[in-house]
Design a protein around this ligand. Structure first.
Ligand code: F6R
Length: 261
C-alpha cells in the first residue's frame, strides 16, 4: 500500500482523476471499477472535463460499480445507476451496454450477485478499482464483519451508513436498508485499486484502515493485503496517520510519482 497526501481536497481529487485518465489512455479497453458517494462527484466532474477538453476516450471502456441499493429502480434518482448516469455516463462517450451495476431490483438477489461476479470475470477482471471509505470503514457496502474473502452479495447497512446517506433521501425512512455490493474478496481481486478519502470526518477511520490491524471490523483494512493499492488523501483526512513523513518521503522520491508531483 502507498499513501499520497495532497495539500487540498481539490488536489487529491485531481490526482485520482489523473490516475484514472492515465490508466484509460494506456489501455482503452480498461475494466474500471467505480464507486459512488459525495467524494467521487468531483472526480467524475474532472473526468467529464477531460473528455470534453482533451478527448479522453471512454468508447471501449467497461465499468462495474461497487454497489446498488436493493429495491430502487434504475430511474429512481436515489439509485446508484441514476447517480452514475448523472455524474459520468451521460457526460462522456461510454456505451451504456458497457456499464454495469448490480441489479438491486432482481427477484432473485443471490442469482443477480452470481451473475455480476460472472460478468466481471467474463470481462477479464477489474483492472482499476476506484474506492471511497465509509465512516464505519466500509469499502463498497462491505459493512463491519464482512468476510475478507466475500464476493458480491446483499448486505444490511449499518445505522451509521443510514445516518450518513439518509439525508440524501430527504426522509431517512425512504432509504433502503440493504444493498448489493461487490465483496471484499472481489475488490482484492482487482489488479489495481485507488482509495480516495477527504475531509476531517474520515481521519480516524482512515488511520485505522491504513495503520491498524487487518480486521473484518474495518473492511478497508483488508486493502493492506492488496498487491497494488494507492490511498490518496487530503491533509484533513491524513491528520491521524502516524507515518505521514515517510509517506511524503516516498511520494517525493519514487520515480513513478514524478509526473504527479
Ligand atoms: C458507494 C461506495 C461507498 C462510499 C462511501 C463514502 O458506491 O463505494 O463505500 O465510497 O460510503 O461515501 P462518501 O464519499 O459519500 O463519504
Amino acid at each position: 500500500m502507498e499513501v499520497i497526501i495532497q495539500p487540498s481536497t481539490a488536489a487529491a481529487t485531481r490526482l485520482v482523476a489523473r490516475l484514472i485518465a492515465k490508466a484509460l489512455r494506456q489501455n482503452p479497453l480498461l475494466v474500471l471499477g467505480l464507486a459512488t458517494g459525495r467524494t467521487m462527484e468531483q472526480v467524475y466532474a474532472l473526468l467529464a472535463d477531460m473528455h470534453k477538453q482533451e478527448g479522453l476516450d471512454f468508447a471501449r471502456c467497461r465499468t462495474f460499480n461497487l454497489d446498488e441499493y436493493v429495491g430502487l429502480r434504475p430511474e429512481d434518482n436515489h439509485s446508484y445507476r441514476f447517480y452514475m448516469d448523472h455524474h459520468l455516463f451521460s457526460k462522456v462517450n461510454i456505451e451504456r451496454r458497457n456499464t454495469h451495476l448490480p441489479d438491486g431490483m432482481a427477484d432473485d438477489l443471490d442469482a443477480a450477485c452470481t451473475r455480476y461476479e460472472h460478468a466481471i470475470q467474463q470481462a477479464g477482471g477489474i483492472d482499476f478499482q476506484l474506492l471511497g471509505i465509509g465512516h464505519d470503514g466500509h469499502i463498497g457496502f462491505n459493512e463491519p464483519l464482512s468476510a475478507l474473502r466475500s464476493r458480491t452479495r446483499a448486505k444490511t447497512l449499518t445505522p451509521q451508513t443510514v445516518a450518513d446517506n439518509g439525508p440524501l433521501f430527504g426522509d431517512q425512512e425512504c432509504m433502503p436498508r440493504r444493498a448489493l455490493t461487490m465483496g471484499v474478496g472481489t475488490i482484492l481481486n482487482s489488479k489495481r485499486c485507488v482509495l480516495l478519502a477527504t475531509g476531517t470526518t474520515k481521519a480516524d477511520i482512515l488511520a485505522k484502515a491504513v495503520e491498524g490491524p487487518i480486521t473484518a471490523m474495518v473492511s478497508a483494512s483488508a486493502l493492506q493485503l492488496h498487491p497494488h493499492c494507492t490511498v490518496v488523501v487530503d491533509e484533513e483526512a491524513a491528520a491521524r496517520l502516524e507515518g505521514k513523513d515517510y509517506y511524503r518521503f516516498i511520494f517525493q522520491n519514487e520515480p513513478e510519482w514524478a509526473e504527479f508531483r
